[in-house]
Design a protein around this ligand. Structure first.
Ligand SMILES: Cc1cc2nc3c(=O)[nH]c(=O)nc-3n(C[C@H](O)[C@H](O)[C@H](O)COP(=O)(O)OP(=O)(O)OC[C@H]3O[C@@H](n4cnc5c(N)ncnc54)[C@H](O)[C@@H]3O)c2cc1C
Length: 372
């Protein structure tokens, strides 16, 4: 009898869920459908390079070869009791659901927030690119010195003056003390002006006004602070963490027939740490969730989510990069060596195209193969 695996989201987690489910499919026992509003998988880790085309991967060239149907629509409703979702005005039933709708930058509730730019999506990057054009000598204010803020600030440093605003009293507060000296040295080398312990009161077309009333003129203001799981998670009656992510078990099951993967899921990465929102975890989570959703229907064994050990690789523009290992983020590589690794990662995250055998082969292994 035909059963339905339905996947919501066409990012790393959704696409690899679909591929892992397809890997288990027999001749006519499983129908796999992926619902996502866009034609492309967006490789968000490439977005700081400000080349939206390089970040887009046609979903068709991954899903068609492996027999997964793409319904191009936005899911607006989840009815877990009735095992249906609402998308584009239609109701779609499922036997197993994988929620993989990703994350979004939390838009600041700031006066003038409409003047903010972001690099959260390919559309956001296209808008920023359109605004900056090929002008040089610009002043850009970047708000937030987390992973994304650092990557865009260092990327833009060659094009003019960059002012990096951070509310905490240290740079890169969430990355911890391990890589901080390397990051601080890179910012100094590139001439990025770092302002610590400042918060923004409002944004205008001319720049930002800080909480103490000081104006910082800018040609563009890029907001990078605060990622949150998609609000569809709120439609599932289950425990969520501070980022809005659904708690899942080691099989990435939320409850009953619902699994979650990627930036919407607060899985354990090891005995003591939850995953961070990253493609590094979204990819193996997708593979495990898709496998388990299908296996659950087919009466096959479920797999535990067992990601590679945690690493980070932060691009620092012309100053190279920094690669860290472990949850204390011990620096393992810097400069050009780390930059070369970053480039490899940016290549390796691109899924294979038009090659069912290779897509299904990669879907069968949880290791990211780049650092594992
Ligand atoms: C600028 C930037 C740089 C980054 N750099 C790195 C990095 O260097 N390393 C790293 O590991 N991670 C990095 N990340 C984080 C990484 O990109 C995310 O963790 C990863 O994309 C999460 O994958 P996902 O599939 O869970 O979600 P997403 O990539 O967010 O994909 C979500 C998918 O769901 C779809 N969707 C959304 N809403 C709906 C809906 N209502 N109905 C149907 N579909 C929907 C979207 O269209 C999309 O296809 C970066 C992120 C950004 C923004």
């Amino acid at each position: 009898m035909m059963s339905d695996v339905l996947i919501v989201g066409g990012g790393f987690a959704g696409v690899w869920s679909a591929a892992a489910a397809a890997r288990l499919r027999g001749d006519d026992d499983l129908r796999i459908t992926l619902v996502a509003p866009h034609e492309d998988l967006v490789l968000r880790p490439r977005l700081h390079k400000l080349d939206p085309a390089w970040a887009r991967v046609p979903l068709k060239r991954i899903l068609e070869p492996i027999g997964v149907t793409h319904v191009r629509a936005e899911v607006t409703g989840l009815d877990v009791g009735g095992s249906t979702v609402t998308a584009g005005g239609d109701t779609i039933g499922y036997d197993r659901l994988v929620l993989a709708a990703g994350s979004r930058l939390v838009r600041a509730g700031l006066p003038g927030a409409r003047h903010l730019f972001d690099i959260d999506s390919a559309d956001g990057v296209a808008r920023l690119n359109g605004h900056l054009g090929d002008r040089t000598g610009l002043t850009v204010v970047v708000i937030g010195s987390g992973f994304t803020g650092l990557e865009i600030a260092t990327e833009l440093a060659g094009r003019g003056r960059v002012v990096l605003l951070e509310r905490a009293d240290v740079v890169a507060p969430e990355l911890g003390p391990g890589p901080r000296p390397v990051i601080a040295a890179a910012l100094a080398e590139l001439g990025v002006e770092v302002r610590l312990g400042v918060s923004v009161r409002s944004v205008t077309e001319q720049g930002v006004v800080l909480a103490d009333g000081e104006s910082v003129p800018a040609d563009a203001v890029v907001w990078t602070a605060g990622m949150r799981a998609h609000s569809l998670t709120e439609q599932i009656a289950a425990e969520r963490d501070g980022l809005g992510r659904l708690r899942v078990d080691r099989h990435l099951r939320v409850s009953g027939g619902v699994f979650a993967a990627g930036d919407v899921a607060a899985a354990m990465a090891d005995a003591s740490n939850h995953v961070v929102q990253s493609c590094q975890f979204a990819t193996p989570m997708g593979k495990a969730a898709g496998h388990n959703a299908a296996a659950d229907l087919l009466g096959l064994p479920l797999v535990d989510f067992t990601p590679d050990p945690y690493v980070t690789c932060l691009d620092l523009g012309a100053a190279g990069a920094v690669f860290t290992t472990g949850w204390d983020r011990a620096v393992a590589l810097t400069g050009q060596d780390a930059k070369d690794l970053k480039q490899t990662i940016l290549e390796v995250i691109h899924p294979p195209l038009d090659d069912a055998e290779e897509i299904l082969r990669q879907a069968g292994q949880q290791s990211n193969e780049v650092t594992g």
